[in-house]
Design a protein around this ligand. Structure first.
Ligand SMILES: [Mn+2]
Length: 320
């Protein structure tokens, strides 16, 4: 069962007059959708609300929303301003925004981390924060407008991989999806917004990364990566890891996947995915990261070659 919206959060929203709605840096569709839908709701309730983001808006589907966000809170008057932080597992992930010292509430669904806020609405089983935001709408007795429903649906589809990551325990998620469609969200349009509009170079990059995939543990673990040189050549525009994981997870017998991206010669960001039983959040935590059971990440000061050895070794207990 979903975690109920805390009474304290409803009170926090009802009693506040000015809000800053924050999210994590490098926002994804769930972050953008939940921030903008909650901002819109607060404004409809007669409150002042602004969405802020440290950016950058790297993903194709989030770019159109970038101009709606402020880089930092407007005005110097912080007295009485409250912060709601969406989809963000730690204070660090909010990025370099001057929000400390303000009363704050966090809405998050990450299994690991330490959400920042005096009120924490945490539901690690929630498919997305937009799903939780839809619960906040309901708890306030509000039905989403068409635009708000589109934003919430956009986030729900992003985090569930358009419902591909859901299992038989997801009746609530589909009920929420149905309610959002009833309120005007258009699945076909959302699918195109999330999956279309990519550059040809980004597709060539996908092929390049795929062509180098290495199999471990008899093919149960697949590892590949993106070099600095490739980032320079193909750019970061319209990168989409979701498609990369989708292609890798369609390989027969695979149980987990790892993508290593060189940020510089001594540092990599690592993405972990698993199909089912393997808890990649626990593995990511071993490298200073975190996330969800089936999807997690870490940033590690280590060369890609050394890191690949260490990471593949960390999977050993799952395959023996
Ligand atoms: Mn999310």
């Amino acid at each position: 069962m979903p975690v109920p919206v805390p009474e304290a959060l409803i009170k926090f929203i009802r009693e506040g007059q000015r809000f800053i709605v924050a999210g994590h840096e490098e926002p994804d569709g769930d972050c953008v959708g939940s921030q903008l839908a909650i901002t819109s709701l607060l404004q409809r309730l007669g409150k002042k609300a602004v969405p802020v983001s440290a950016g950058p808006f790297k993903r194709t589907e989030t770019k159109p929303y970038a101009p709606l966000f402020l880089p930092c809170p407007a005005g110097a008057d912080k007295e009485g301003t409250r912060v709601i932080v969406m989809d963000c597992s730690t204070r660090e992930r909010v990025g370099d925004l001057p929000l400390d010292g303000l009363r704050s509430a966090a809405v998050d669904h990450h299994a690991s981390g330490n959400p920042w806020g005096e009120i924490v609405y945490l539901d690690p089983d929630a498919p997305s924060v937009t799903f939780m935001a839809a619960k906040i709408f309901a708890a306030l007795g509000e039905r989403p407008t068409t635009e708000e429903a589109e934003l919430l649906f956009f986030g729900l589809c992003t985090d569930t991989g358009f419902f591909r990551h859901l299992d038989e325990r997801s009746e609530e998620t589909f009920k929420t999806a149905a309610a959002l469609v009833a309120a005007g969200a258009n699945p076909k349009k959302t699918f195109a917004a999330i999956n279309g509009g990519k550059s040809l170079n980004s597709r060539i990059l996908l092929g390049t990364i795929l062509s180098r995939a290495r199999a471990y543990y008899g093919g149960k673990l697949l590892v590949s990566g993106e070099t600095l040189e490739e980032t320079r050549r193909f750019g970061q525009e319209s990168r989409d890891s979701d498609m990369l994981y989708q292609l890798l997870q369609s390989v027969e017998g695979v149980e987990a996947m790892v993508i290593l991206r060189e940020e510089n010669p001594e540092e990599c960001t690592v993405g972990f995915r698993s199909l089912d039983r393997i808890n990649v959040a626990a593995i990511a935590e071993g490298f200073g990261g975190g996330g969800h059971k089936n999807a997690s990440g870490a940033k590690v000061r280590e060369s890609a070659a050394v890191l690949e050895e260490k990471i593949t070794a960390a999977f050993a207990p799952w395959f023996t």
